[in-house]
Design a protein around this ligand. Structure first.
Ligand code: PLP
Length: 231
């Protein structure tokens, strides 16, 4: 595990260097969906500080089991998969951040629950750049209007944008999608509809994270390259 993490970190550092960026501006999100708690524990002990899960129910089974190691190491859990409004309460209880906000209704619900629990909740708006029916997220046209409304919700901190671009064999072909997300991000900032905390771009997975970093990713979500193929 330590070796796998070291290799990923070296690849992140090399991509940062190519792009003239600081290694510490890119956060590794270890995507632990379908991964057994024992292996997740090893990853945390080897230095992983942010974990990504894509289903509330699965996370609810694993997170309590890892409470001891999480508490000792200041670990954050991020929800990166689609969230239904009726699971919003459980999600706010379990996660430090929700990267998959794709409607105002969901954002309102999250803000309401977070306020009740006396929390401020970091969120990302998920964008579906490829127009794929199989993927969650709002269309590029909807991004700015949604960000404007979400930024005003009292218990949410709108941190930035997240995307899963179409899978393309050549990761270089994903570059225009990453660039598009960065452009949308810059536009939201320029128009002043979001706050200073809106500075994150969650993009890039095992197959294409180096390209995403070259295009400005601040969080890369890596599963198989860390934990091996999902069974
Ligand atoms: C599974 C998943 C990842 C990680 O994918 P890998 O190809 O295994 O690195 C990243 N982001 C989301 C939203 C995912 O569902």
């Amino acid at each position: 595990m330590q070796e796998r993490i070291d290799i990923i970190n070296q690849r992140i550092a090399a991509a940062c260097q190519r792009a003239g960026r600081d290694f510490f501006d890119v956060t590794l999100v270890a995507v632990s969906k379908t991964v057994a708690p024992k292996l997740i524990r090893q990853a945390i002990e080897a230095g992983v500080r942010v974990l990504g899960e894509n289903r509330v129910q699965e996370a609810a089974g694993k997170i309590p089991e890892l409470a001891d190691v999480v508490a000792g190491h200041n670990v954050e859990w991020h929800l990166i998969g689609h969230l239904q409004s009726n699971k919003a309460r459980r999600a706010v209880e379990l996660f430090s951040a929700i990267q998959s906000v794709d409607s105002f209704k969901l954002a309102e619900r999250l803000s309401g629950v977070a306020a009740e629990l006396g929390k401020r909740l970091p969120v990302f708006v998920e964008v579906n750049l490829g127009g794929e029916d199989s993927k969650a997220g709002v269309t590029p046209d909807e991004v700015l209007p949604l960000c404007e409304r979400v930024a005003k919700l009292p218990a949410l901190d709108l941190k930035g944008l997240m995307t899963v671009p179409p899978f393309l064999d050549d990761p270089n072909e994903a570059r225009p999608f990453f660039r598009r997300l960065r452009d949308l991000h810059d536009e939201a900032r320029r128009t002043g509809i979001v706050g200073d905390e809106f500075k994150e771009l969650s993009m890039g997975m095992s197959h294409d994270f180096e390209i995403a970093i070259e295009e400005g990713a601040t969080l890369v979500r890596i599963g198989t390259a860390l934990f091996g193929a999902r069974t």
